[in-house]
Write a protein that binds this ligand. Structure first.
Ligand code: PBG
Length: 329
């Protein structure tokens, strides 16, 4: 039975018909809003490569959280810009670290309790060299040492959980970090804190603007010895399997749009909740086109988020969270 009996356009005729048969939903609660927390008070420093994104002092982050909660956004992902950086990244786990301060302030904010507070557990924003782990120099070269980094990440996750994080999200790509973090959380009385592991995180050019926002560009070398090669899908599946075996409660795929096939493959393979991170470069390139009038802002934004949901992500980390939530309201 084909044309003229079958007419696909019949169901596209009105918005109510289209809405009835829409296969993919997108709601404010599916969105996680990243915030970059910096020292000071009343600080809102624009990130030049990311229109609408700021470095925020804790008080300003609290206002953002109130607005995000009002908009029905699902949660926040917190990154920190510490007062000072050092070789080890001490600022990541300090009792009074910048993210820890923000978490405590948010926990005291009633509206923020509607949000899932996720802390990014990584060292690159806190190390003077900008790498995600401990550095061993050898001659002209260097190595980001896997095993010594694990305990620093575990310490970071524990201090974030103790400061009030609902979820910790390791983004470093060291081997074994999920197990190390799980063990440390359990030993510290945080057995109920879930781990959202950035299971397949690719070494991507699309993180460029983030490194300005978080001041975390590597001072030498690059991240290709720990983040994944963008050509590899099977390897991404192994990363996911290992992280789940080690105790990841949810996984995060990153970047999103250039890797939608990976999101889809992950969705078909595993049953844990899956998030996808529409990263800084994805956001900035869309904004660059909006600024030139080359793309319709609202439509392109929603379409980009819908594509990520359609690929199989349950939730999306996106700098568009507030703008999209306003449109979806
Ligand atoms: C930290 C981290 C990065 C991002 C999230 N966590 C940067 C990186 O790995 O270089 C990128 C997020 C974005 O681009 O929006 N390891």
């Amino acid at each position: 039975m084909t044309f003229p009996i079958q007419r696909m356009r019949r169901m596209r005729r009105t918005e109510s018909l289209r809405a009835l048969v829409r296969e993919t939903t997108l709601e404010p609660g599916d969105l996680i809003y990243p915030l970059f927390i910096c020292p000071g008070a009343g600080v809102r420093t624009p990130v030049s490569s990311m229109p609408g994104v700021f470095n925020l002092s804790v008080d300003e982050a609290v206002s953002e959280a109130e607005e995000a909660a009002q908009l029905g956004i699902g949660g926040l992902l917190l990154f920190g810009l510490p007062e000072a950086k050092d070789e080890q990244g001490t600022g990541a786990w300090e009792e009074n670290g910048i993210v820890q301060q923000a978490l405590r302030a948010l926990r005291k904010t009633p509206a923020a309790n509607k949000l899932v507070l996720i802390a990014d557990a990584c060292l690159c924003e806190y190390t003077s060299h900008g790498h995600c782990g401990v550095i061993a120099k050898s001659g002209d070269g260097f190595d980001v040492e896997n095993d010594p980094t694990l305990q620093l990440l575990a310490r970071t996750a524990v201090s974030q959980a103790q400061a009030g994080a609902d979820v910790v999200a390791p983004s470093d790509m060291m081997d074994g970090r999920v197990a190390a973090i799980r063990k440390a959380l359990d030993a510290a009385g945080s057995a109920q804190t879930p781990i959202l592991s950035y299971a397949s995180k690719f070494a991507s050019a699309f993180y460029g603007p983030f490194r300005e926002a978080a001041d975390s560009a590597p001072q030498f070398g690059d991240r290709r010895s720990y983040q994944m090669d963008g050509a590899n899908l099977r390897e991404a599946m192994r990363e996911i399997d290992l992280d789940i075996e080690e105790g990841a409660d949810m996984i995060l795929m990153k970047p999103a749009m250039p890797y939608l096939d990976v999101v889809r493959a992950a969705r078909e393979r595993v049953d844990v909740p899956i998030g996808a991170y529409q990263v800084s470069g994805e956001y900035s390139m869309l904004h660059a086109a909006f600024q030139r009038g080359w793309l319709d802002r609202n439509r392109a934004m929603i379409e980009s988020l819908q594509s990520i949901r359609r690929a199989g992500a349950d939730f999306i980390v996106t700098y568009f969270a507030k703008d999209a939530a306003k449109l979806l309201a």
